[in-house]
Ligand binder design. Structure first.
Ligand code: F6P
Length: 327
């Protein structure tokens, strides 16, 4: 018989992502629906260690479904990586009687929670919240859709000015070690080339592609560069290409953190709502040490050990399409 859960602690951790608030709302309201108490842990693992824990009610999460960021705040805690830090966190959870956890975050968050589960056996369910869409075990992470739409909107704007001035832009997008955001921004933004860590494009391949454009009278071009590119970031690539190019006028834009903010799209809100409810229902049914995912539109529970350190692979069809359309 699984131990009965009566008090759920919820927190957001790692890089914030649009839709985290919608997920929090879903966790709080479904916990209350099932007559459980729910506590918000501020600033991720930092708040767990410092005892910054507040009781939440259905109204505490009113008017947040449409808000970017996270009202619980977030952090990347170094102290939780230590045994002493985790012991302090456990004592604080015990003080509040918290006997189940829901974490909203990415790979780093899950890795910490998996360790914590192994040490203290508090049932824990994670909700994938990161713009990177880099987690195995789910087709989508919360925030990816919004971040990609934001980036594509920015790329469209850059295209207007690129065309007006006959310029070549190197545009860098986020994604840490994953090229998910980049490849789909490249397709949707009509890039001439997309540089992602998963592909072994050489500098020669890239320069050849850009030279081809010059030869066929291409007046302006956009190159999308994933921040994890092994060939170098947008700045570096632009510098290298400008040393050998006298055709294009070259500019660089690094989109950076603007991709992390803003109102979540309908897709992210619905995804977050489904995952939030699934996390609570999973906990109450005895799931522990798992991450909620969505595969082919169906909610699944993945064992942490099968997803930690396994990156969501980019499908070969996207790579093929990007290549065909960039001539
Ligand atoms: O994981 C989300 C993300 O935005 C990555 O795309 C990026 O590499 C990283 O976080 C940036 O982290 P920080 O905001 O801590 O600089």
């Amino acid at each position: 018989m699984e131990p009965k859960i009566s008090k759920i602690g919820v927190f957001t951790s790692g890089g914030d992502a649009p839709g985290m608030n919608a997920a929090l709302r879903a966790v709080v309201r479904s916990a209350i629906y099932y007559k459980k108490e729910v506590y918000g842990i501020m600033q991720g693992y930092e708040g767990m260690i410092d005892g910054d824990i507040v009781k939440l009610g259905a109204r505490s999460v009113g008017n947040i479904i449409q808000r970017g960021g996270t009202i619980l705040k977030s952090a990347r805690s170094q102290e939780f990586r230590t045994k002493e830090g985790r012991e302090k966190a456990f004592q604080n959870l015990k003080k509040h009687g918290i006997d189940g956890l829901v974490a909203i975050g990415g790979d780093g968050t899950f890795t910490g929670l998996h360790k914590f589960y192994e040490e203290y056996s508090i049932p824990a369910v994670c909700i994938p919240g990161t713009i990177d869409n880099d987690l195995a075990g789910t087709d989508y992470t919360i925030g990816y859709d919004t971040a990609t739409n934001t980036a594509v909107e920015a790329i469209d704007k850059i295209r207007d000015t690129a065309i007006s001035h006959n310029r070549l832009f190197f545009i860098e997008v986020m994604g840490r070690n994953s090229g998910y955001i980049a490849i789909n921004c490249g397709i949707a933004g009509g890039a001439v080339a997309t540089i992602i860590p998963e592909e072994n494009m050489t500098l020669d391949d890239l320069f050849h592609k850009l030279d081809e454009g010059g030869k066929t009278n291409k007046k302006s071009s956009l190159v999308v560069v994933a921040e994890g590119s092994k060939l170098g970031g947008a700045m570096e690539l632009a510098k290298k290409f400008s040393e050998r190019n006298n055709y294009f006028d070259i500019k660089v834009t690094i989109l950076g953190h603007l991709q992390r903010g803003g109102t979540p799209t309908y897709f992210d809100r619905v995804l977050a709502s489904k995952m939030g409810v699934a996390a609570v229902e999973g906990l109450l049914k005895g799931e522990k040490d798992v991450m909620v995912g969505i595969r082919n539109n169906i909610i699944v529970y993945n064992n942490f050990s099968t997803i930690i350190n396994h990156q969501h692979e980019i499908d070969s069809e996207s790579l093929r399409i990007a290549k065909i359309l960039s001539i």
